[in-house]
Write a protein that binds this ligand. Structure first.
Ligand code: 13P
Ligand code: SF4
Length: 304
């Protein structure tokens, strides 16, 4: 194991590279990364880093976001097939059709979307600042929100705005059921239920805290020595446990695994740095348009 880590370190030095890892990555990858975080935190890191190369341990839309925010850097995705099925649930053509039906509406797209969809959007957001982004828009304006219907409903509930939603969803989060939460609450009656807004409404209804993955990590740190039921992808439990050894973390469902996030391995990171694979490139016209929506996203700080 140590030899593998040494090899990665040498390659990082040779390439002047930084490793960013999402909170859902396999534990050993989160452990070796220079920065771990949620989509917003990693986007901010990607826009600030001095490194020439960013190895993005996450899924394609995250690596694309890093490439758009840092157009002069080389962004590598260690497995080019690591996509996000939710991001593929709306195409730029479908969004253009929706815009034609609501010609005066502003478009807010969740960062879990393709670069082409971002280029068709006015604003981008993550789950940690979706409410703040929507609240910043003029009250009289209609808003189209794509692609996640569940995050969209959470934003409707928090802002009181009537959004035009798209029927996208995350297959990993919708497997968590209200019964899963009820069963865990019966077993751990004092536990605090932390739930990602991508979960379904029946799950969110009986949860205590609706938070992005980065907000979950901050909330756990602020509330030491507690029990938590975690309703999101189970990869985050590794870092929650590491940062809070006196607390207990219980997965709401062991089935909540994002297969794409788990495609990244240590060997693929080595291959990526050795061969400078797989470079994530965005056509310039798309990148320039998408950057406007993304710049607004990184400028809008969450209140939590
Ligand atoms: P976060 O921004 O909360 O990390 O969520 C990213 C994601 O893909 C959730 O499924
Ligand atoms: Fe996409 Fe869901 Fe995986 Fe997040 S957990 S990357 S939304 S498929």
């Amino acid at each position: 194991m140590n030899q593998v880590l040494e090899k990665i370190q040498k390659l990082k030095n040779k390439r002047n590279a930084v490793i960013l890892a999402h909170n859902y990555q396999p534990g050993e990858i989160q452990d070796l990364a220079d920065f771990t975080g949620d989509s917003l935190g990693l986007s901010i890191q990607a826009s600030k880093t001095d490194a020439e190369v960013i190895v993005f341990c996450g899924v394609l839309f995250m690596a694309e976001t890093a490439a758009i925010l840092s157009p002069r850097k080389t962004v590598l995705l260690p497995d080019k097939t690591a996509g996000c099925p939710m991001a593929d649930m709306i195409t730029a053509d479908q969004l253009r059709d929706l815009k034609a039906k609501h010609p005066d509406a502003l478009v807010v797209c969740y960062v879990n979307s393709s670069a082409e969809v971002k280029a068709e959007s006015d604003y981008c957001c993550t789950s940690s600042n979706a409410v703040e982004v929507v609240n910043s828009l003029p009250k009289e304006k209609q808003i189209i929100f794509v692609p996640d219907q569940h995050l969209g409903r959470f934003v409707v509930e928090r802002t009181g705005r009537d959004l035009v939603l798209w029927p996208g969803y995350c297959a990993t989060h919708v497997v968590i059921t209200q019964d899963d939460i009820k069963n865990k609450k019966e077993k751990y009656p004092d536990a605090i239920v932390m739930t990602h807004p991508e979960c379904t409404e029946p799950v969110k209804e009986i949860s205590d805290q609706l938070l992005s993955t980065g907000q979950m990590l901050r909330f756990a740190k602020k509330n030491p020595e507690k029990q938590f039921i975690i309703a999101t992808e189970i990869g985050i439990i590794h870092t929650l446990k590491k940062q809070n050894p006196a607390s207990e973390f219980i997965a709401a469902s062991d089935r909540a695994i994002c297969p794409n996030m788990k495609k990244i391995t240590l060997d693929k990171i080595i291959g990526s740095l050795e061969d400078m694979q797989h470079k994530v490139t965005i056509p310039e016209m798309i990148s320039i348009k998408a950057k406007k929506a993304l710049d607004r996203m990184v400028e809008t700080l969450p209140t939590k």
